[in-house]
Design a protein around this ligand. Sequence first.
Ligand code: SF4
Length: 487
Amino acid sequence: MSLQPGALSALALEPAELSGAEPADLALLVYPSLHFYDGRGARLAVLNEIPDPVLKTMWGSFAELGIETAERLGVRLGDVVRVQTEAGSVELPAFPHQGVREGVVAVQAGQGHRPVDPDAPDPDRQARRQTIGVNAYPLIPGRLDAASGALAWYSARAEVSATGARALVARAQIGFDQENRGFARAMTLAAYQREEDPHAKADSGHGGGHGDGHGAEGEDVYGDKPLPAQGAASHLITKDYDPADDAHHDSPYRWGLNADLDTCVGCNACIVACAVENNSPIVGPEGARAGREMHWIRVERYVETAGVKVDVRHAPMMCQHCGAAPCESVCPVLATYHNVEGLNVMVSNRCIGTRFCSNNCPYKVRRFNHWAYDWAIEEPESFALNPDVMVRSKGVMEKCTMCVQRIAEGKDEAAREGRQVRDGDITPACAQTCPSQALTFGNLKHADSHVTHQRHDKRSYRILEHLYTRPGVNYQKAILRTDPHEA
Ligand code: SF4
């Protein structure tokens, strides 16, 4: 496809004219929700409980403000504010963050439906039982956009004022700073092409290396965030290991997963797929505000800055199926243990709920059933449960199994055909659903499997590997197309 010369300049649009008082009032931006679009998906509890890909909030609507704007208004996270335009007003919690331009208040559309089933039981039907969030459409004056003839979503100024009330915001992630822990790493395209790796020596435990030529030893490409000087502290063990050794020597399999941060776009589709495949319960708004969401996978979002340049990275985080799993050694009843195929197995019906494993997991990927969430499931909703996965009950731990039911099915199929599992035979729900194929599953004992090749790639690294957990999950660094240090 090609454009005629001058076609783009003919499309040049006039800046929107905003109604309302200036300059005290803020430009109001109502935008479609990434989960509910215009509101058509808002009745689905599972979508309400999946964290927003940018804000990492659950169950609600928020008035997004720039950091300085919020300070000028004297508003903090969770302060309930009134957003008033010439057309209407809503009250909702404030969410200041650096992703919003100063002088703007942004509100997602798609929430605020009236309850259709006020007597529905908790917590699975919260989206039908009560009004979640606010309806942002009444804030829009209803003028038409001159260029398109459609509703002008961005056409008004809004007065934002604190009401004095406070609200608890359900958040799956509190901060977007990696705190120098090197979770979501990146390298420049130039460094990749030169076959250099700014983390190579830091990752191997020697804490050296100039990487792409910027900054001091072991630094991330942004230079201002040095990674831990591994080997400098006595608790950091950086011995080489072969993940294939973390399965029984007679087993042909050591299952592993790879997450490519260069292709992950942080859409959260993997979280939905995992929750539906594995019958993960919905804890509702109160449970989410208490930090009790039950997702087996989360997508961590980190923001790196260098001057005015901003780099947003996403790192899917699930059980790492460690070869030396800290969770296993503290379980008093062996409810979590290492199986012969290298999986960190969780036997939920043997668990007595001490939660020692969760305390000892450095990745914080284990989930505890504070309630018997399955009690709220009745027919016909129960027909949506996956019959291959047990529904866990109150008082037990659960976590990612790498879709062990799919592994069993793949092995059964291979056995019926008198062969071993081939690369690509088994795909966990997260990898099957990922639109950018950022996740890959396979056999780390097989020299030619996709995951083995990815593990040997120069972008490859493991998260918190310096704790010598011997993770079965590998990560590949994102590639920065431009050097953040160049103007
Ligand atoms: S891993 Fe895939 S599905 Fe999950 S957030 Fe990244 S792109 Fe989306």
